[in-house]
Design a protein around this ligand. Structure first.
Ligand code: 5RP
Length: 217
């Protein structure tokens, strides 16, 4: 994983912005490079809808107005990172724990541009442990269900999501069919959000490489 590759992918996403719009903004170190780029384009966007408290703070620090998704309505563009991506644009997200806000904004956006470095592009998802946000009282029950499905859930320690829930990072899942796996995990009572973004994957991947940014549309 390379910071310069993350940064070049993030900078490439700035070209997708239209002046005066309300922009959806994700979470993570790659997105932080994108926010730095927004700072340099002072006044280009009207406001942002943020996927996490961390990004809200960073956006506010550079003077970008952060608005509620309920007030903004549907968005034209959402920019966010990922932990793994296939060339078919299914993703694993949630390494930073902001998967719920991220999934909601992705669903509300016409175009989801995903920015990442080349080490994260994989043939099959699942090497990165799949984050699953769970209502605290359901933690053990959901963990047992995940074991039944072949996974090895690990309770993320000392971490509470922005929505007051816990995260199970699921190792060892063989995600042959991301759509089906997302549907199956979503159906377990107590699961708030699964970090698989297949039903609503990305529309564009901007993959930072050693020499250039690859665009997968
Ligand atoms: C946060 C996310 C991030 O987009 C993902 O973890 C990638 O993070 P980074 O850009 O720091 O590698 O899903 O919940």
């Amino acid at each position: 994983m390379s910071d310069s590759q993350k940064e070049s992918a993030a900078k490439a996403a700035l070209d997708y912005i239209e002046p005066g719009e309300v922009l959806g903004v994700g979470t993570g170190s790659t997105v932080n490079f994108f926010i730095d780029g927004l700072a340099a384009m002072c006044g280009k966007i009207d406001a942002a809808v943020s996927s996490s408290e961390a990004s809200t703070q960073r956006l506010s620090e550079i003077g970008i107005r952060v608005v509620d998704l309920n007030a903004s309505g549907p968005l034209r563009l959402y920019v966010d990172g990922a932990d793994e991506a296939t060339r078919q644009k299914s993703l694993i997200k949630g390494g930073g724990g902001a998967l719920t806000g991220e999934k909601i904004i992705a669903q509300c956006s016409e175009t989801f541009v995903c920015i990442l470095d080349s080490s994260k592009v994989v043939d099959r998802l699942g090497q990165f442990p799949l984050p699953v946000e769970v209502i605290p009282m359901a933690r053990s029950m959901v963990a047992r269900e995940l074991v039944r499905l072949g996974g090895m859930p690990e309770w993320r320690q000392d971490f509470v999501t922005d929505h007051g829930n816990v995260i199970l990072d699921v190792h060892n899942l063989d995600i042959l069919n991301p759509h089906e796996m997302e549907r199956t995990l979503n159906a377990i009572p107590g699961v708030v959000t699964v970090g698989l973004f297949a039903q609503r994957g990305a529309d564009v991947l901007l993959v930072g490489g050693e020499h250039e940014v690859e665009v997968l549309e």
